[in-house]
Design a protein around this ligand. Structure first.
Ligand code: F6R
Length: 608
């Protein structure tokens, strides 16, 4: 989603702003802009529709040696992508960049009738509101920002400057992340710590309801109620290598291929095959509390939801005494759902910033239910607000489509389930096969990716002209089919939907014709024969089937078979998902699409 950067120090501000925005490109955007100031307050404001490269081209003739400024990448919410709607917005003496949504902007706009608005954005209204307080002259910039924010409903991460005092930047957040990088003689601002790498590793993560006044050598933080906050400087854990392509053509392929390593990081120190035990420190619950859990609520969006659904099938298998409910965050936040007191909520999010997931977390906490985060981004809002947490530790996921995070989210949640099962006294001989198989997965993943990367590329080439796909699975292969379909539609824009095999006859079977192909997941196991019967039904109606299976004696006459060989049984569907990931990737490549930044989408969905 939108990105914010800011710089005040002794180096060229335009250089940092542009390179910082480039780092945030992966989040998705459609226009960009920067403003810098010289010592006298003379502003150079440059905006461009399109890519950062377009902004860079414009900046060639607007090159300045200014040492302070702010910049933004915009992902359109109010008003189309255009130069005039791009940030920074300039109103009176104020320059502002904003992530989030000002919900009451219409009302505020009506009250600001002495201003003429150039754009269609809610952000320009906020700039005008700040200017109106600033103009009254009673307030220094920080106070004008605070007065304005007290009238605002909605979410924001903002950076604000005034041309009257161009050596300070005021930043504030409510529901949209902001991090302040503390350097030597310079202070940097970003909506995502990755923009700061290479400049500083020291960062202050702003909390909701806080406002900071930032100069080259100081950071002063207060709450909106003017209470001073002592800044906590933390070390940024990511490194530069983790956010580079490492020789791959796309981040997506790099991230798919990284999964043996990233899953190993998820498992590090947590799986003890010798004693058949899982050790998860993060949830912070003593055994006596774990034993009392009767109900799990798993909350997530998109891929995180699919991961939760897949994990729930496993958790139900080995923790007989608990029920598991998996919910879509954007729906759940507005439902009047009763959560029993002996519940534990797992809040699943790669970015740790997804607005709907965060809103659910807050609602669930209000009900007094304990929350545990299954999060990747260290220091993110969800990671900081949950009662306890298990980081998945897959490193930065840059490509918009989530891949390595999915695999590790599933396993992290299964480990959470195993931790509960252990505490409840489920026999270790019953849990051991899960634990042993989990430990073997990084190597199984490595083998499958190595063997199937090239063949799946060729397979995708054969199917690239199709506009419709049906993904099918039963039991644990069903959530896997959902994730496969999501990946395909997301990056190759093919209309792909997933169905449980058993649902076919209840409607979707009517779709089968030459415009569709079917991606059938057929793990060996007790429901294999039933799934095969369903495949026969599709075949009988002229279906174009790609079967993915680990069944050794697979003899169905389908169009194409991907027969993976693996010692894993329980988690075979998770391995089949690797094939679905590669397939979606190569379909998008074959169609010539922007694989890492699919149209209309953003990496981190910080608005509702
Ligand atoms: C799909 C995808 C999205 C995210 C969803 C939740 O590939 O990336 O569906 O999974 O937006 O994001 P997080 O996990 O950051 O909360």
């Amino acid at each position: 989603m939108c990105g914010i950067v800011g710089y005040v120090g002794d180096k060229n501000a335009q250089d940092f702003l542009v390179s910082g925005l480039k780092r945030l490109e992966y989040r998705g955007y459609d226009s960009a802009g920067v403003v810098t100031f010289d010592n006298s307050g003379k502003a150079t404001l440059v905006k461009a529709k399109g890519k950062i490269a377009d902004l860079g081209t414009k900046l060639v003739s607007e090159r300045r040696e200014d040492k302070v400024g702010i910049g933004h990448t915009r992902w359109a919410t109010h008003g189309e992508p255009s130069e005039v709607n791009a940030h920074p917005h300039h109103v009176g003496n104020i320059y502002l960049v904003h992530n989030g949504i000002i919900e009451n902007y219409k009302e505020l706009k009506n009250a600001l009738s002495n201003y003429e608005f150039k754009s269609e954005t809610d952000s320009e209204v906020l700039a005008a509101l700040i200017d109106s307080f600033y103009k009254e002259g009673k307030y220094p910039l920080t106070n004008a920002v605070v007065q304005a924010l007290k009238l605002v409903q909605g979410t924001y991460g903002i950076a604000v400057m005034s041309d009257k005092n161009p050596n300070e930047i005021v930043v504030a957040r409510a529901g949209s992340p902001l991090v302040i990088g503390v350097g030597h003689g310079e202070t940097l601002i970003a909506s995502d710590a990755s923009a700061l790498l290479g400049h500083t590793k020291q960062a202050i993560y702003l909390n909701d309801g806080e406002v900071a006044t930032v100069t080259a050598g100081s950071v002063e933080i207060k709450t909106l109620n003017a209470e001073p906050v002592s800044a906590k400087v933390e070390e940024i854990e990511t490194n530069l290598a983790a956010i580079q392509k490492d020789g791959y053509e796309h981040f997506l392929l790099k991230e798919i291929m990284e999964q043996p390593k990233s899953l190993k990081e998820t498992l590090r120190g947590r799986v003890d095959t010798r004693h058949g035990m899982v050790h998860l420190g993060g949830p912070g619950l003593p055994e006596s509390e774990l034993r009392k859990i009767k109900h799990l609520v798993i909350v997530g969006c998109g891929t995180a939801y699919n991961a939760g659904l897949l994990a729930s099938y496993y958790i139900e298998q080995f923790t007989p005494e608990i029920t598991v409910e998996v919910v879509v965050a954007s729906e759940y936040r507005y439902r009047q759902a009763y959560i029993p007191k002996d519940s534990l909520a797992l809040i699943v999010s790669q970015s740790g910033e997804t607005a709907d997931t965060l809103a659910c977390l807050r609602e669930i906490k209000k009900q007094g239910i304990r929350t545990v985060g299954i999060v990747n981004a260290i220091g993110s809002t969800i990671a900081r607000e949950v009662d306890g947490g298990t980081y998945v530790h897959v490193g930065p996921e840059i490509s918009v489509a989530s891949t390595k995070a999915f695999t590790s989210q599933v396993i992290a949640m299964v480990m959470m389930g195993l931790t509960i099962a252990q505490a409840k006294g489920v026999r270790s001989s019953f849990l051991k096969p899960y634990i042993e198989e989990i430990a073997s997965l990084p190597e199984e993943i490595r083998k499958i990716l190595e063997e199937w990367n090239e063949p799946v590329r060729a397979l995708a080439d054969k199917y690239k002209e199709y506009d419709h796909a049906i993904y099918l699975g039963r039991d644990t292969a069903y959530p896997t089919a959902m994730e496969g379909a999501l990946k395909l539609k997301e990056i190759s824009y093919i209309d792909a939907n997933a169905y449980a095999f058993g649902e076919l006859k209840h409607g979707p079977l009517a779709l089968v014709d030459d415009r569709f192909f079917e991606f059938a997941l057929l793990p060996d196991g007790q429901l294999y024969d039933k799934a095969v019967s369903n495949v026969q039904e599709v075949l009988a109606r002229g279906g174009h089937i790609i079967a993915v299976t680990n069944k050794k004696e697979f003899d169905l006459e389908v169009e194409n078979v991907v027969k993976i060989s693996t010692s894993a049984k329980l988690f075979a569907p998770l391995l089949m998902n690797l094939i679905a990931q590669l397939f979606a990737y190569y379909m998008a490549v074959a169609k010539g699409y922007n694989v890492d930044q699919p149209r209309n989408l953003a990496k981190s969905v910080t608005v509702e």
